[in-house]
Design a protein around this ligand. Structure first.
Ligand code: FES
Length: 106
């Protein structure tokens, strides 16, 4: 699928794909890659908005340090898309503003 993403995947001899759902829209990902990598390769750059100004944020560090990739993943808010491996049927949504932090939050 062509898109305007600046990220390009290297070719692989064997590629197993899974499908995640970004706010109900199917996105094809490689098995074993992170949610952030899958979304960036698909041309999706905005993963959340900030609590104060609502400014859009994109994955930045891709190593779990900056928290700009927080998303709602499988119904759980505040999950780092760059540290979460995709699975088939995963439900992903952009996180808008601050999400409540509970003892059950991961
Ligand atoms: S991109 Fe920095 S923590 Fe995920």
């Amino acid at each position: 699928m062509e898109n305007d993403s600046r990220f390009r995947r290297l070719p692989q001899a064997r590629e197993t794909t899974v499908t995640l759902l970004l706010e109900g829209r199917p996105v094809t990902a490689r098995a074993g890659e992170t949610v952030a990598a899958a979304l960036l390769a698909a041309g999706v750059s905005i993963t959340r908005t900030t609590p104060v100004s609502g400014a859009p944020r994109s994955p930045f560090c891709l190593i779990g340090a900056c928290f700009d990739c927080l998303m709602v993943i499988d119904g759980v808010p505040n999950r780092q898309a760059c540290m979460t491996i995709v699975h088939d049927g995963m439900a992903v949504a952009r996180q808008h503003g601050a999400a409540a932090v509970t003892e059950d939050s991961n």
